[in-house]
Design a protein. Sequence first.
Length: 154
Amino acid sequence: MHEASRTQRLGAYAVVLHEGHILLTRISPVGYPAGAWTLPGGGVDHGESPHDAVVRELYEEAGLRALSSRLVDVHDVHVVAEGRDDRWEDYHGVHLLYAVAVDRSVEPGVVEVGGTTDLAAWVPVADVGTVVKPVLPMVEHALEHAHRFTAEAE
């Protein structure tokens, strides 16, 4: 086995819950792992505040504007496995999870063309991991701690 490349990535993600549904996005064939469902969000650019990143990513990936947001939790994942381009990767993702309120009358839709997201949808919480799968661990984590996100973001 070859030495794994080391990657650490900081991301900011929106947890948007409403009446038994959660807003999820699907990773496009350009992204990794393609076809998996995740929270709207992504990498924090160099010099960008995480708060600004979650607002930007929510709009790019779901076409929704954050009415309010508050940092609620931090999740991380550390995996050493075959990753992008079938190369071994030692990956550590640090995910800042924000409770976000949106205008629920606006239907979600991907704005960024050619990006790592190809679908945004309200998914019944009961379908996550059964009907809608696979889901990334941060989605499972957010749902396990849903009570932290259910109060309206201030």
